[in-house]
Design a protein around this ligand. Structure first.
Ligand code: M6R
Length: 610
């Protein structure tokens, strides 16, 4: 969704703002703009469409000379994508300009109130109401005007605010929308997320909801709405600059697919001490686990697919009833939550609005909340009772890859941790899983080393189809859902994912001669059953690509046109191993169709609206 950047220092601000916006492109946007403090005023440039339009309009930033500014990529919510609706928005007196990420729910009331006071509005956005309210409340004290404005707002926001009164100081606030403050040497930044400014700093402060940050080149001060100083300890991130750059790959997605072995190593290896799983400080007392009646795993999109794998693993091995929910559905179905339930929320970004809402609801109903999150210091990480970081490093492509596989691996760790504490698993099985998790990064590496060419070729054979089917049973069904989502979101090919056994209850009527079916048959336990389902679609003319464990090629080869053979680990490990192959397939199909792979249409990396 929208991206925010802000800079104050000694350098020309505009090129830094444009550079930061480039790094935020992946969040999804349809227009962009910058505002720079210049000659006692604020100069603004905005452009609909790609960031390149803004770059051209500003001559790569050269046209604006000031050393402080704010920038924005807008993902339209209120009002069409257009120059006038793009951010920054400037107040009618020209005193304030601001950029906003989030939604102001009561903006119509604010507009009506201000119109009655004689203000006129230029855009259709909710954001303009905020900047005009600032103008209305400004009586000589900027902080006071901001505090009064915030008191009137309902909704979510991260704001970067320039004023005409401070030549080198700008302001930032947030509530339920992401914003970090980057600390440089004689320069400071704000950004919607850390990769946007990693090139300049690794030191950050995370403002809390409601804080007002006053940011000059040499100082960052934080105040609450009563004007009292608040302190937040800065922290360092160890992500390297390269991790936020393409590093020679044509797309971030391909780079991130290939980063999975390393990411999985970071997720898994430091968490083992011999055969015991380190809990990152999470403690489940004997009493808590003894009384635990149910686990809910709640997430959206691919994180939800990871949750499905986690459910199978935990339920089977820990013998605790585990339900999986889409975050957007969870709280509206009134789940039975209390202190004897554990709610596990999963989110790569830690900023997904539906998941945040579900987490808050679970907490409000006394359920302990454990978050599995990638982005350090994100809203979910901060608000959950416990956090297990996936340690995947920055993920830039909208389609998640290493984000997903590290979530699955982290869920396995959680399962093992609970199983160890409750002694629900035999020692032999437990140790087998630990050994296999340690071997998982190498197994994924093998998939990447051995399958690129074949999958690329398959992608060329299949890219012209307009619909595909993904089928599987058990964990392979969860994998099918993820494989289908990957394909549809980046290649725009319709992909229907189905539990293989369900096909005959309706969907099989769609199968005709040549229908592409991607069959996930990586699990041994249900292999024969899936094979029967594959025969069913084959006999109706489907063209089948099947994913199997090594050793099953021959049996499957008799049915499927193409067999992708994968390193043979336990069934439970296969969704991670096989995901890498499905990601490559989706990637090469989208590449063959010349799609905008890292920034698919209509999508955003972090979905910060419900
Ligand atoms: O950041 P989150 O894990 O909470 O994001 C959830 C979904 O929006 C995300 O997984 C989405 O489905 C991806 N585009 C899938 O590739």
């Amino acid at each position: 969704m929208c991206g925010i950047i802000g800079y104050t220092g000694k350098r020309q601000a505009a090129p830094i703002l444009l550079d930061g916006l480039k790094m935020l492109e992946y969040r999804g946007y349809d227009s962009s703009g910058i505002a720079v403090s210049e000659n006692g005023g604020i100069s603004m440039t905005k452009a609909k469409g790609r960031l390149d339009n803004l770059v051209k309009l500003t001559d790569g930033g050269k046209s604006a000379r000031g050393t402080m500014g704010i920038g924005h990529t807008r993902w339209a919510t209120h009002g069409e994508p257009s120059d006038v609706n793009s951010h920054p928005h400037i107040g009618e007196k020209g005193n304030f300009a601001l950029v906003h990420n989030g939604i102001i729910e009561n903006y119509l009331d604010i507009r009506a109130f201000l119109c009655a006071k004689g203000f006129t509005f230029r855009s259709q956005t909710d954001t303009e109401a905020v900047v005009q309210l600032l103008e209305y409340y400004y009586k000589g004290d900027v902080k006071e005007a901001i505090a009064k404005t915030l008191n009137k707002l309902r909704g979510s926001y991260a704001l970067g605010i320039l004023t005409r009164f401070d030549p080198d100081t700008f302001y930032a606030v947030r509530k339920d929308s992401p914003l970090v403050i980057g600390l440089g040497d004689g320069e400071n930044f704000i950004a919607s997320d850390m990769p946007a400014v990693l090139k300049y700093t690794h030191d950050f402060i995370l403002p809390e909801d409601g804080d007002i940050a006053v940011i000059s080149p040499t100082k960052v001060e934080l105040f609450n709405r009563n004007g009292e100083t608040v302190e937040h300890k800065p922290f360092k991130v160890d992500w390297d600059v390269e991790s936020a750059e393409k590093g020679g790959f044509p797309h971030f997605m391909l780079k991130e697919i290939h980063e999975q072995p390393k990411a999985l190593e970071q997720t898994l290896l430091p968490r083992f001490d011999g055969y015991s799983v380190k809990s990152d400080g999470i403690e489940f007392s004997k009493e808590y686990l003894g009384a635990l009646k149910k686990i809910f795993i709640v997430a959206c999109g691919s994180s939800y697919h990871a949750a499905m794998v986690g459910k199978y693993f935990i339920e089977r091995n820990c013998r605790i009833s585990t339900e999986v929910d889409l975050a957007s559905e969870f709280r509206y179905r009134s789940p039975v939550l209390d202190e004897n339930t554990l709610t596990v929320v999963i989110s790569q970004s830690g900023e997904t609005a539906d998941t945040i809402a579900a987490m808050r609801d679970a907490k409000a109903h006394c359920s302990r909340v454990l978050a599995i999150v990638n982005v350090v210091g994100s809203t979910i990480a901060r608000e959950a009772d416990d956090v297990l970081y996936t340690r995947a490093g920055p993920e830039i492509a909208v389609a998640t890859t290493k984000g997903y596989t590290t979530q699955v691996a982290t869920l396995m760790l959680l399962g093992l941790f609970i199983a160890d504490a409750t002694k629900s698993m035999s020692k032999a099985l437990y140790e087998k899983y630990v050994d296999e998790l340690k071997a998982l990064p190498a197994a994924v590496q093998r998939v990447l080393d051995e399958n690129v060419e074949a999958l690329q070729k398959l992608a060329y054979d299949y890219f012209a189809f307009d619909k595909t089917f993904f089928i599987g049973r058990g964990m392979d069904y969860a994998l099918a859902l993820e494989g289908a989502l990957k394909l549809k979101e980046i290649s725009y090919i319709h992909a229907e994912s189905y539990a293989a056994g369900e096909l005959k209850h309706g969907t099989i009527s769609l199968i005709e001669k040549g229908s592409p079916v991607i069959a996930c048959a990586t699990g041994e336990e249900l292999f024969e059953k899936t094979l029967s389902n594959i025969k069913e679609v084959r006999s109706r003319g489907a063209s089948v690509i099947a994913l199997v464990k090594e050793g099953r090629e021959k049996t499957m080869g008799a049915e499927a046109q193409h067999v992708v053979s994968l390193p043979a680990l336990s069934d439970e490990m296969m969704p991670c191993v096989a995901a890498a192959a499905l990601q490559l397939f989706a990637y090469y199909v989208a590449a063959a169709k010349s799609c905008d792979i890292d920034k698919p249409r209509n999508l955003a990396k972090a979905v910060t609206v419900e």
